[in-house]
Design a binder for this molecule. Sequence first.
Ligand code: ZN
Length: 259
Amino acid sequence: MALILSPKTSTCRCIAIMGQDTILRCDGRELRFSDLIELRKGQEEGVLLEERHNNLCSLGLSQTQDLPNGFCSVSLRNYYASEGEDLASPHFRAKALHEWLGKTRFCTRCGARLVPGTAEEETSLVCPECGDIVYPRIEPCIIVLVRRGNDILLALHNRRNAQYYSCLAGFMEAGESAEQAVRREIMEETGITVRNIRYFGSQSWPFPSQLMLGFTAEYESGDIRIQESELQRADWFPRDHCPITPPKGSLAYRLIHQE
Ligand SMILES: [Zn+2]
């Protein structure tokens, strides 16, 4: 990988990320390298990253800014929902990489400033002092739809997405399997036990760096007793009479509506 500090040309696919948005050309054409240079004008902290092995050149702008004429921005979540995983995937990668670069400046072992790795076939940062190699960080999370007959378990969270009911979810702990994380999260948040945990599918979710691992499970025992630090409410709902659920494009939506 290479951080492009002095502009030159790149033949890679070009993507520009600004905060939680991706920047598109209003004429519908793909961004070109010259567009990235134009978008970076006056935004000198904007990082240009070229990954030839991924055919991807991306610009990361942290600040929301007025865009030059001919460009518009769209939320990455909406882009994923409307365009689908294949088209959204490089945008999600660019988002994840710039999130990682923005908060990975120094070696956690010796404190030296990290520099871009020189290996062409991978994306990494390297410590020039101790040689430690740092790769883009992914944080695995589980998300699970629990069924009880025709009903599904949905919860209103305290902090994130408090405007709609969703599946239970949480970060995996070091040393546990995804299935163990499913059991633990459901027990911690609602006090019930489950059986027949089945893998459903996964989704990159770079807000900031999650890999969502989706599961289904069947109710086994217990009454709902919510963890008040995490949830406002949790209840069983008939699948065809759900409350407001997360929007299309999320793994939670696919789990709840079984797309
Ligand atoms: Zn070091």
